[in-house]
Design a protein around this ligand. Structure first.
Ligand SMILES: [Zn+2]
Length: 507
């Protein structure tokens, strides 16, 4: 696909140049409106790391030393040992993080979850987001993100006064895809499904297979620290998202592993974007290759951990530590054939659902917490830090309450929505049930004795299956009801003419 500069892009640039002076003046005026953070109403800093499974961090028991800086943060703050992701891939997981709601009730279904771009799927604008609430509480809101699913088109920018996609020029031109597909349709040249899909694939992959999923964490942190330097005297909510541990696993050279039997050329091949080869078996991976891939993933973690270290040191240097509440977590994990699969998205095992979660803030004593906590708890926690409850439909509960008094154990619900498969999971303490909604089967695991989920106990413990499934069914029924009641526009959104065109094209 050739990359063209769209008319809209040119217009935006021209408008930007004309408005630069007045906007800068306005920005200066606006800046004065934000007071300095205090220990009572601190800055809020959310750091998320894509595809970071908890058990590959030293502080979560990994034998390799992958994460000295995150480990330090864990020692200084509250480390949640059993934090559970809502969904095994980016878009639904972040939907839960930002709204404290579940993917299905937000309109994400098996039918449209795979290709939100094509369906114009986005976060329902009617839902209040974390950033909106914090902006209303008098916070300057800013994000630095990477990962195409977090592009503003999908709604995550809602409530952010500034939303920067780092190195977006390396990523795809969303406008160009929409316009080209739509223009073809309007000109009577219905895009055949295959061509549209190829276009989408190339758009996500970049031309000539250039990956767009590996914008490096140092680039993200450079941008975020640069912004922070100019705004550190204003009370801020800053979200920083790094994508390094997400495939392709291509850390800088000095972070790559030395694996016997894997030469430099082979390592380079594994580090490059060859997902399809691996999926289809063309790559013919040997045990040493598996080891090398895991080593590359760990190298990405070490690299992103250094970026976290830069951030922590900078907060100290600028004297922000005592007035900044920091939350670090991941959207989901990643699988390396733990249950036969690779990457993420399809299953609900712990390599995908067990995520790190660390909070560090003024007045928060350092400790470890073993209670089950969830993505949906994050936004209510951060709004509580800002002195506000979150919206009434939020499912999460502030973790500050949990730290004050244990309260009722929290049930963690997760869902994997992927074309022809729909799986749901419930975690209650160390018991976990995974239910295959289409296939009908259930798996039961006792995670204290079997954290790797290899011994399915569903036949031995039918009473436990029954009890967990009943709770799961209540939750599913509530979600289904909300999904059915969603206005059609809220489910699809986006460009309705394009959606109609694609529907007509057989999607
Ligand atoms: Zn992700």
């Amino acid at each position: 696909m050739t990359r063209r500069v769209s008319r809209r892009t040119v217009l935006k640039a021209a408008a930007g140049a004309l408005l630069a002076g007045p906007l800068a003046a306005l920005a200066r005026q606006t800046r004065a409106a934000y007071p300095r953070a205090t220990a009572e109403q601190p800055n809020i800093l959310l750091v998320t790391i894509d595809a970071l499974r908890a058990d590959h961090l030293s502080s979560y028991g990994y034998r390799q030393r992958t994460s000295p800086n995150i480990d330090q943060l864990a020692r200084e703050g509250v480390q949640f040992l059993n934090a559970v992701s809502t969904a095994p891939w980016t878009f639904p997981a972040f939907s839960a993080i930002h709204t404290s709601m579940y993917p299905t009730e937000l309109g994400i279904s098996t039918h449209n979850a795979l290709l939100p771009q094509i369906y114009g799927q986005r976060l329902d604008p009617a839902r209040e987001t974390l950033a909106e609430r914090l902006a209303a509480q008098g916070y300057r809101t800013q994000a630095f993100v990477t990962n195409p699913w977090l592009f503003p088109e999908f709604g995550f920018s809602q409530g952010f006064q500034g939303y920067t996609v780092v190195d977006r020029q390396r990523a795809y031109d969303y406008d160009a895809i929409l316009q080209a597909t739509l223009a073809g349709r309007l000109a009577g040249q219905a895009p055949p499904a295959e061509a549209a899909l190829r276009q989408l694939y190339e758009a996500l992959m970049g031309p000539a297979g250039q990956p767009v999923w590996d914008v490096r964490g140092d680039r993200v942190m450079d941008s975020a620290l640069n912004w922070l330097e100019g705004h550190r005297s204003e009370r801020f909510f800053l979200w920083i998202h790094c994508i390094d541990p997400h495939y392709p696993f291509a850390p800088p050279a000095s972070y790559r592993p030395a694996v016997p039997g894997v030469n430099a050329e082979r390592l380079e091949y594994l580090a490059s974007y060859n997902e399809e080869d691996i999926y289809t078996g063309r790559a013919r991976l040997r045990p040493a290759d598996h080891k090398a891939l895991v080593g590359l993933y760990d190298g990405e973690i070490r690299f992103v951990d250094e970026q976290v270290g830069r951030l922590l040191r900078q907060l100290d240097d600028w004297g922000l530590r005592e007035t900044t509440f920091l939350a670090l977590t991941a959207d989901h994990g990643d699988e390396f054939w733990d249950h036969g699969g690779y990457q993420h998205g399809h299953t609900l095992y712990n390599e995908l659902l067990h995520i790190p979660l660390i909070l560090r803030g003024p007045g928060l004593p350092a400790r470890q917490v073993a209670d089950v906590v969830r993505h949906v708890d994050l936004a209510p926690t951060l709004t509580a830090v800002a002195g506000s409850p979150f919206h009434a439909d939020a499912h999460g509960l502030s973790l500050l309450d949990l730290l004050r008094a244990p309260g009722e154990p929290r049930l963690a619900f997760s869902e994997a929505l992927f074309l022809t498969s729909e799986k749901k999971a419930i975690r209650s303490g160390s018991q976990k049930l995974i239910y295959d909604r289409f296939g009908g089967g259930s798996e039961l695991y006792h995670l204290d004795a079997d954290p790797g989920e290899h011994a399915d106990l569903s036949e031995q413990a039918p009473d436990q299956v029954f009890a967990l499934k009943r709770q799961l069914e209540t939750w599913m029924a509530a979600n289904d009801e909300k999904y059915a009641a969603l206005p059609r526009t809220a489910v699809t959104g986006g460009d309705s003419a394009l959606i109609e065109a694609l529907r007509a094209g057989g999607y």
